[in-house]
Design a protein. Sequence first.
Length: 359
Amino acid sequence: MIKTDILIIGAGPTGLFCVFEAGLLKLKTHLIDALPQPGGQCSEIYPKKPIYDIPGFPEILAGDLVDNLMEQIKPFEPGFTLGERAETIEKLEDGSFLVTTNKGTQHNAPVVAIAGGLGSFEPRKPPIEGIQGYEDNGVSYIIRDPEVYRDKKVVIAGGGDSALDWSIFLADVAKEVTLVHRRKEFRGALDSVEKVEELSKAGKIKLITDAEVKTLYGEGHLDAVGIVKKDTKTKETTDIKLEVDNFIPLFGLSPKLGPIADWGLEIEKNAIKVDNSYDYQTNIPGIFAIGDVNTYKGKLKLILSGFHEAAIMCQSAYQIIFPDKKYVMKYTTVGGVTGFDGSKKEAKKEVVKAIDTES
């Protein structure tokens, strides 16, 4: 049995930063994740996708963010159970929790932090006949490495942030980028919409709206798509056939909480309700939910929101684990960052806060 102070379920950015905040309090952490490597969606799905709203980084690739977080938590020596899904939870007589994975690995901790992001997820696939036969043969639902599309003819379908962001990014990578959306209006950020329109006017993106990809062509590998464009005034349709190397429908992910949904937690719209007036604790004392997996009034599903929630949550976790101890708020520029091996790193950024402890 693996014993720790805080058991973190989910090794995405929020879970990793929780390790750092707990480490500043001298709390041991262990993480469980169903994926074979840390980083969550940032590693598995979007490693090469640029992120623009991480404080201090005008732009950073998702994979690089994960690498930086892993470097940041090194002094605190977290444990990892990877490639296993947290399956069941049981409250023991001493008030601690026993979490068992689908492979039977047992973990024991007085505090559990659920940082499972959107949970398990599957891409939403368009209802195109025969699309399964082209999966990994020209059709992809996730862009892991944009270099795969270097000098290729690419058609992206969708109207949200992913479709817009990847169209912009691949405009400088692919030979030809076509963005197809069934409406004229997009659901993504206004800045991204304006950028796509600018690239369209400059001839770097071919924009086809009021249209849908309806047919796929090719023997063994995709070589063309059939698009149906509708005139919203006359209701007449036009068929367009484009030669392509890759078709990427980006219609989002269908998130599922998985076994966590059966743990007796209060669930609302596939997310875990928490008390955001204090510490992001769930309806079960000792179990917290941070990051995209939680919900409360005014919730913003942003990585930086998860970082904030992790910092607040760890303070309450400390009080649960050591109810008779007090802590004193300090800056890492004063106290540095000391790992469990006794080594000390002087902090380089004055904006980072830490919590030192004293009995």
